[in-house]
Each structure stands twice: as structure tokens, then as C-alpha cells.
Write a protein that binds this ligand. Structure first.
Ligand code: NAD
Length: 240
């Protein structure tokens, strides 16, 4: 039996399947990931741009990085793999999804049960008083209308806590899962990289390259997210 068939067997006998995605889920939509050869981090030092320290001490660089990402996302859209996951949710094959991505593609594709563990790049707030702000105000580098503070997207920066509600929801769903499928993440970023180990269910890893610490997975499907999801979907459809 092929690995794809094995995973399809697990999916068909699972009462609760959870998917956890990372930046590799969106590279086929044209959004660079962080750590691949073509990822953001090869050009930009994350410690300089995606940290609270950068926001507070080098706002022009912080602002440039996030403006560039926001503008790039305006030209990108979910791909077939995102739509397959949304379809699985509708059909009751997938029960919950947690993502490290801030691009909103899973919701755009139609998934309803989504935990955005690293926030969203589409909403904004003042870093000082927390009041909400508009994208236009952020892109124009305006200050907060209430307190004159610095505006920022609602993403989780390095060194910040994850949103409690999203974290607790992802954790409890993963703990109760029969199958957890992890897609397109280097598993480098704490604490999300701990989540796959929290399940007693089967653990599947889909990634275009292997990472040495992924050895605890029950099945590894090396390949691009969209292609592997299309293969799984084809087999699922064959099995009715
Ligand atoms: P990462 O860059 O560390 O790892 C991405 C992994 O995906 C790599 O191992 C890479 O080999 C793999 N990959 C790349 N393209 C792939 C594809 N087509 N199919 C399968 N695998 C592929 O990213 P991460 O682990 O998600 O790191 C977490 C951080 O990245 C988070 O803070 C997240 O917020 C941020 N991030 C989000 C986005 C986004 O929202 N789209 C983009 C870049 C980074």
C-alpha cells in the first residue's frame, strides 16, 4: 500500500482530523516563506524587522517590511490546495485547521474553523493604546488618531505571546484528534512547533524538504503542498 493510500485510510477512519499549516502552504500562491532559499529571511534579518524591538527602535524598516508583504498579498490568492482543505471541511473529512500564516487564505478559500495562531496581516491596531486602525492609515505611516502611537498589523511578532483563544483552541483540537496533518512548516518556530507532539493520533507531515526533527511523524509525504493535497484528494474521491 502506498503512503498516500495509508493516509487516506487514516482520514476515512478518523473521527477528528486537524490540519496545521505554515508558510510552505502559501508559497504556491506566490507568497514567499521565511526559511527556504527564496524565503524572506535570506534577504532580511527577522530580528531586525519582525520583532517588538524593531517596531519600537527602527519603525521605518518595520513599516517597509510589512507594507511590502501587505502589497504583495493583494496580488496573491488561495490555490487549489487551500480549496481542497475547505472542501474537506464541508464534507466532514477535516474538522479543524490551525495556521501560522497571517495571509487569511484558508478563510478566503472557505474554511470556517480556523485558528490564526500568528494573527492576521489584514487588521491593524496602535502598538501603544491598542485601538484599531485602518490599513490605509498604516500604509500611509500615520500615527494613532487617539494617542499618536505607532500603528502595526495584528500579527504576532517574535517575542510576543500567541493569541490565547487561538492557541487553546488549536491545542485542544489537536489533543483530541485521531489524525493531525502538518503542512509546509519548518517546525522551527516555538511554541507552534510543539503542537504536533500533543496528539495521540496519527501524525502526517507534508513538506517539500525534510527537516531533521520531523522523525516523530507516523508518515512523511515529501512534496509540494498543492500537489500532495491533490493526490490525497484524488484517492479520497476514488474511495467515494
Ligand atoms: P518557514 O519558512 O520556516 O518554513 C516553511 C517550510 O515550508 C520549509 O520547510 C519549506 O521547505 C516548506 N515549503 C516551502 N514551500 C513549500 C511547498 N510548496 N509545499 C510544501 N512545503 C513547502 O515557515 P513556518 O514554519 O511557517 O514559520 C513560521 C513563521 O512564518 C510564522 O511566524 C508565520 O507567521 C510566518 N510566515 C507566514 C507567511 C504567510 O502568512 N503566508 C509567510 C511567511 C512567513
Amino acid at each position: 500500500m502506498s503512503k498516500i493510500e495509508t493516509v487516506v485510510d487514516w482520514l476515512l477512519s478518523s473521527n477528528k482530523t486537524v490540519v496545521l499549516t505554515g508558510a510552505g502552504m502559501s508559497t504556491e500562491s506566490g507568497v514567499p516563506d521565511f526559511r527556504s532559499a527564496s524565503g524572506w529571511w535570506t534577504k532580511t534579518d527577522p530580528q531586525k524587522v519582525a520583532t517588538v524591538d524593531a517596531l519600537e527602535t527602527n519603525y521605518p524598516l518595520f513599516h517597509e517590511f510589512y507594507s511590502m508583504r501587505i502589497q504583495l498579498l493583494e496580488k496573491c490568492a488561495p490555490h487549489k490546495g487551500h480549496y481542497i482543505l475547505a472542501d474537506w471541511e464541508k464534507k466532514g473529512i477535516l474538522h479543524h485547521l490551525a495556521t501560522q500564516n497571517v495571509d487569511g487564505f484558508h478563510s478566503q478559500a472557505g474554511n470556517k474553523k480556523v485558528d490564526e495562531l500568528h494573527g492576521s496581516i489584514y487588521t491593524f491596531r496602535c502598538h501603544s493604546c491598542g485601538k484599531s486602525a485602518t490599513k490605509e492609515a498604516f500604509l500611509a505611516m500615520e500615527s494613532c488618531a487617539h494617542c499618536n502611537g505607532r500603528l502595526r498589523p495584528n500579527v504576532v511578532l517574535f517575542g510576543e505571546m500567541l493569541p490565547d483563544k487561538a492557541w487553546m483552541s488549536a491545542l485542544s483540537n489537536i489533543q483530541r484528534a485521531d489524525v493531525v496533518i502538518v503542512i509546509g512548516t519548518s517546525l522551527e518556530v516555538y511554541p507552534v512547533n510543539q503542537l504536533p507532539m500533543m496528539t495521540k493520533g496519527k501524525k502526517v507531515y507534508i513538506n517539500k524538504e525534510m527537516v531533521s526533527h520531523a522523525t516523530y511523524f507516523d508518515c512523511i509525504l515529501e512534496g509540494k503542498a498543492k500537489e500532495v493535497l491533490m493526490e490525497l484528494n484524488e484517492q479520497l474521491e476514488k474511495r467515494g
